[in-house]
Design a protein around this ligand. Sequence first.
Ligand SMILES: C[S@@+](CC[C@H](N)C(=O)[O-])C[C@H]1O[C@@H](n2cnc3c(N)ncnc32)[C@H](O)[C@@H]1O
Length: 161
Amino acid sequence: MTDTVTDTVTVHVPVLTQELMALLNPVINGVYLDATLGGGGHTRELLKRVGPEGVVIAMDRDEEALERAAIGINDPRVRYVHGSFSDMADKVRAMGYHGIDGVIMDLGLSMTQMKDESRGFSFNSKEPLDMRMDRSLSVSAGEIVNRWSERNTVRRGRPCR
Ligand SMILES: C[S@@+](CC[C@H](N)C(=O)[O-])C[C@H]1O[C@@H](n2cnc3c(N)ncnc32)[C@H](O)[C@@H]1O
């Protein structure tokens, strides 16, 4: 994958996109969920294929990714939503959709997140450990690793929602 990052917009070119689209085979006027929007590479590809009445629900846990993508992809067929894919069914229902035609999940983190020193994802610089995908969450990886006791970490450590 490659990311081209300016101050406000990330243009992400994901790998295996053509293969993914061939497998997904989007239908005209379908509703698709890109559950890991990131730089929007997959959302852009879906938009080329879903037709004029199609919809792409573009979700990310990272509000900054959503803001960047919304600047770069100005298309009324995109519905942006902040949240975790673990809540995708509730989020999609809350938007009024009771069935969709397909979901893409491109798991991991983006180069934009990795390279942004304020995000604390990389071990290659002196930035404080943070690693929150969603910066509205109060607990960072640094707090867990450096401040929580082993007992507390075991007791409170459970899948994030
Ligand atoms: C590899 S990037 C996706 C790149 C994207 N496919 C593209 O074409 O630009 C992974 C994205 O998933 C997001 N992410 C990670 N965990 C998430 C979660 N639980 N729910 C929603 N998005 C999540 C990250 O914030 C990141 O933007």
